[in-house]
Ligand binder design. Structure first.
Ligand code: FAD
Ligand code: NAP
Length: 540
């Protein structure tokens, strides 16, 4: 395809923001395959996205290694190997570096550059993209791979700046690492991140104090070395493996069960849970055991109770075990770990229940809760993210008629198919609101491929802009809401619904109908719910 900015009507055909899975694949598709001129940005100093920022001890994917990667290049799939059934952060970053070199992606990037504003100009149908360096460039298409778990959430505790020790959010971990040896360390937060950082810092530090607000259900990850034989078998079957994953619901390489829990005897239930516990992986435990754990209260309680019994059998101190046992539904993104509950049997680890005794303030010496002051040298915030729209609302994004994205999303972010938005022509979001809730690389690939196909369609047909109809967007949001409300996820507060950020309006931010169905929908609708060249369409 010909480069379309030849007449210099604009600086670039496309601007891509982000250098994670989404941004990198977009640059490859648009520049290397479609031949467009692309300028890309990331506020980080290099590629990797999530894995550039999250360098905390123990950072690991919980998608198994063979499915936490790109699938678009069969040769790359065959060539690049992995050591264990899960990937640790350094290995993922190495993969991203390899990908960037292989497709020569870095030359399109300007790193250490934050995008602060994006404005759609209706006169020229171009996006004006402004950086924190004061530079503005124009482009026909704007592709945002800003990350859905990327904008950090650091609670605004009173006295935070008075702390005399060191404090870090896990997703802003210094590249050079932090020497925690012999230090008194406090970790706030026990989500997926907290669990990993707790396990990995405990053996190193003098004392680890864990500040837990809500106890979590976690199952073993089942991390193990990957034998050469297994590797070869996976590589020989990659075609079928990816076909299955992309057509399943959560894309974790599992066959999701459709069997209701009630159809199994108590003994059989126990056996199935025990097998899943021994095999490992949170998504496997939640979705491969029975088909109604996330939709039926009794099935959910059976799974929850099984995990609670495991906690009680692992943790030696009954009071600590009691605090670690969750009381709510098993209905957040499922966790898995490599020895979380066991860590609380160590003499140098203690657990503070900050739901019973909330954090009052950060003091120069440490953390004060309602039951006393805990003296610390280092505070680690494993307090999560302003998920999905967090990075969007930081940018001053304006669409048609100057509509501000932040205002449009005041009641919760929305997107048609998780990729497009009315009033924002030629804006293509990767993992934007109301996109699939899955193992993410296959969803990202699905979206980037749809975006590239759509841009090609525009160019081939001499069309300038595309945007969804209001009706289609509203209907899609309603579909997402209906599906989510049929699940128990909607009954638990978590980042999935924006419930973790004080003051953020809770809303349905995902399509929970599964990647297979999502892909079918993309195929079936084609461009029937979109308007091309809106102003011309209005004139006719
Ligand atoms: P990201 O990798 O988040 O990249 C977004 C990039 O955009 C960042 O580099 C950021 O610097 C840049 N950016 C944002 N705003 C701006 C701006 N204004 N200007 C310039 N640059 C900007 N998902 C899974 O499916 N399986 C897992 O096992 C898994 N493990 C995870 C573990 C951790 C610790 C975390 C935090 C997340 C995990 N996730 C996992 C989710 C993970 O974020 C996705 O899998 C995937 O990496 C997202 O890729 P992305 O390209 O969409 O976004
Ligand atoms: P999270 O799940 O949102 O957990 C944040 C933790 O911080 C929760 O325990 C929360 O308690 C606590 N917290 C927040 N504000 C607090 C406050 N003011 N006082 C006390 N505690 C507070 O965030 P996360 O652990 O970073 O995980 C987010 C997502 O990232 C995961 O669900 C997953 O998708 C991804 N991730 C994946 C992996 C992996 O294994 N592959 C690893 C890390 C992250 P409450 O529960 O009470 O709110």
């Amino acid at each position: 395809m010909e480069q379309i900015n030849k007449g210099k009507e604009m600086d670039f055909d496309a601007v891509v923001i982000g250098a994670g899975f989404g941004g990198l694949y977009s640059v490859h598709k648009l520049r290397n395959e479609l031949g467009l001129s692309v300028q890309a940005y990331d506020k980080g100093s290099d590629v990797g996205g999530t894995w550039y920022w999250n360098r905390y001890p123990g950072a690991m994917s919980d998608t198994e290694s063979y499915l936490y990667r790109f699938s678009f290049d069969k040769e790359l799939l065959k060539e690049w190997s992995w050591k264990e059934s899960y990937l640790m952060q350094p290995e993922i970053l190495e993969y991203f570096n390899h990908v960037a070199d292989r497709y020569d992606l870095r030359r399109s990037y300007q790193f250490d550059t934050k995008i602060t504003a994006t404005r759609f100009d209706e006169g020229t149908n171009l996006w004006h993209v402004t950086t924190d360096k004061g530079e503005t460039v124009t482009a026909r298409y704007l592709i945002t791979g800003l990350g859905l778990l990327s904008a950090t959430n650091v609670p605004n505790f009173k006295g935070r700046d008075t702390f005399k020790g060191e404090q870090y959010h896990t997703a802003a971990w210094p590249k050079e690492g932090i020497d925690l040896k012999g230090k008194r360390v406090g970790v706030i937060g026990t989500g997926s991140t907290g669990v990993q950082v707790i396990i990995h810092t405990a053996p190193e530090v003098e004392h680890l104090t864990v500040f837990q607000r809500t106890a979590q259900y976690s199952v073993p990850a089942g991390k193990r070395p990957q034998s050469e034989e297994e590797l070869n078998e996976i590589k020989a079957n990659f075609g079928a493996i990816w076909e299955q994953a992309k057509n399943s619901a959560v894309a974790y390489g599992i066959e999701e069960s459709t069997r209701p829990l009630a159809s199994a005897s108590k003994e059989e239930q126990e056996r199935i849970f025990e097998e899943a516990w021994n095999k490992g992986n949170g998504f496997r435990f939640m979705f491969e055991t029975f088909g109604d754990i996330t939709t039926d209260y009794e099935a959910n309680e059976a799974a929850a109770n099984f995990i609670r019994n495991k906690i009680k059998s692992i943790v030696k101190d009954p009071e600590t075990a009691r605090k670690l046992c969750p009381t709510g539904l098993y209905a957040k993104r499922p966790l898995c770990d490599i020895g979380y509950y066991e860590t609380f049997n160590r003499d140098n680890v203690s657990l503070v229940d900050v739901k019973a005794n909330p954090i009052v303030e950060i003091t120069p010496k440490g953390i004060r809760t309602t039951d006393g002051e805990y003296e610390l040298d280092v505070i680690i915030y494993a307090t999560g993210f302003d998920a999905v729209d967090g990075n969007y609302t930081k940018i001053d994004m304006r669409g048609r008629g100057g509509v501000r994205m932040r205002e449009k999303w005041a009641d919760g972010p929305t997107g048609y198919l998780g990729m497009t938005n009315t009033d924002f022509p030629n804006l293509f979001m990767i993992l934007g609101p109301n996109g699939p809730f899955t193992n993410l690389p296959p969803s990202i690939e699905t979206q980037v491929e749809w975006i590239a196909d759509t841009i090609k369609h525009l160019v081939d047909n001499n069309l300038t802009t595309i945007e969804p109809t209001i009706e289609a967007e509203e209907e899609w949001v309603e579909t997402c809401r209906n599906i989510a409300n049929q699940t128990l996820f909607a009954k638990e507060d978590s980042w999935i619904f924006g419930a973790n950020i004080p003051g953020k309006k809770q809303s349905v931010m995902f399509y929970m109908g599964g990647l297979g169905n999502y892909r079918k929908i993309l195929k079936e609708i084609g461009y029937s719910n979109f308007i091309f060249d809106r102003e011309l369409a209005n004139v006719e």
